[in-house]
Design a protein around this ligand. Structure first.
Ligand SMILES: Nc1ncnc2c1ncn2[C@@H]1O[C@H](COP(=O)(O)OP(=O)(O)OP(=O)(O)O)[C@@H](O)[C@H]1O
Ligand SMILES: [Mg+2]
Length: 331
């Protein structure tokens, strides 16, 4: 296995809620709760889970746009949690992001060429800026004339290619993709996914890929973590997770996807996701999933399940699954 590149260690992110004239802190949105995971060099790691489970918050914490309430982020052997200002610059060069909506993340008043050269200049690129801009466009499958076009003159897929070119500008090691293909038409999605796959191979990139489309995540990612109300419920290799889900929440998520080979009615009854997602302001006690879990017991209301090993490189945090020690080292 290759070396760890990014280590998220027991990270929680709570957003305080203030009230009244004195702006007293009255509560906190528990967006991310005690998440621990490792991305190895060159792998594509997927994060899935329903809306509001904390995927974007975790990504923004990795990008150092949000400070963790507790825990640490390590990158290439360095603790970057307490770094700020200038000391973060080398990290900012090595970690880039691609967002869902390139319209809002690309400056509408700048041409693609302007957008790309700005990134290069800010980071004091030492080579020929316009040659590098042309190269970046070409790498992302855009003709040289795109350098002179504004975001509104491009299609959604072309804009996302500019977003990818911008992410690649400083030759990063890690790219955080937050729903990077979700807003695109299915045929354009496929092209962008192919581009990301090619770039990953060509440049040995590591990806943190957030997506709500499980088939896209399965196709693109080597390993996947399933989040619910800020917590990681299950984590495994992509094939293993989708073929042998152990956590009732993962099963419910997979079952919610329209499937040409549907489960029998009896099986479906044990996996259907019932009810609303509880508020992260006041998450349920014990296992946060117990209020919607088809197999919850009284114990689940009080006991927070630890992540246990259920297979090689496969962990699940559920009291109903029992530990199955494996000889292989797990993360
Ligand atoms: N800056 C903030 N201040 C307060 N609460 C926030 C803030 N950012 C996110 N939240 C809350 O934190 C929780 C997690 O949000 P987040 O955007 O990380 O979820 P997500 O998994 O990315 O959802 P989606 O799939 O809809 O993008 C939500 O309850 C959200 O309302
Ligand atoms: Mg999000």
């Amino acid at each position: 296995m290759s070396a760890p590149l990014l280590r998220i260690e027991n990270v929680s992110v709570h957003f305080p809620v203030h009230k009244g004239l004195m702006q007293r802190e009255v509560a906190a949105v528990k967006a991310v709760e005690k998440v621990t995971l490792t991305l190895n060099q060159g792998e594509a790691f997927g994060l899935v889970g329903e809306s509001g489970c904390g995927k974007t918050t975790l990504a923004r914490t990795v990008l150092r746009l949000v400070d963790p309430t507790e825990g640490e982020i390590w990158f290439d052997g360095q603790n970057i949690t307490g770094m700020s200002g200038k000391s973060l610059l080398p990290y900012r060069k090595r970690v880039a992001a691609i967002f869902q909506d390139p319209f809002s993340s690309l400056n509408p008043r700048m041409t693609a060429g302007g957008i790309l050269s700005e990134v290069l200049r800010v980071h004091r690129y030492e080579g020929d800026v316009s040659a590098r801009v042309a190269e970046l466009l070409q790498i992302c499958g855009l003709a040289p004339r795109f350098a002179d076009l504004y975001p509104h003159q491009m299609s959604g897929g072309q804009r996302q290619r500019v977003g990818i070119a911008r992410a690649l500008a400083l030759e990063p090691d890690l790219i955080v993709c937050d729903e990077a293909v979700s807003a695109l038409d299915v045929s354009i999605q496929a092209q962008i996914i192919n581009l990301l796959t090619d770039l990953r191979k060509r440049f040995g990139l590591t990806f943190l890929f957030i997506g709500h489309d499980l088939s896209v995540v399965r196709h693109l990612c080597d390993r996947v973590a399933v989040m619910y109300l800020g917590r990681v419920m299950e984590m495994a290799g992509s094939e293993e997770l989708f073929d042998n889900p152990e956590h009732p929440y993962t099963r419910a998520l997979i079952d919610a996807v329209p499937n040409p080979d549907p489960l029998s009615e009896a099986e479906r009854a044990t996996t259907a996701l019932a009810g609303e997602i509880p508020s992260p302001l006041d998450p349920p006690s014990g296992c946060v999933f117990h209020t919607r879990c088809p197999i919850a017991t009284a114990q689940c209301r009080t006991e927070i399940p630890e992540a246990v090993t259920v297979g090689p490189d496969h962990v699940a945090a559920c009291l109903a699954v029992s530990e199955r020690p494996v000889s292989e080292k797990t993360t």
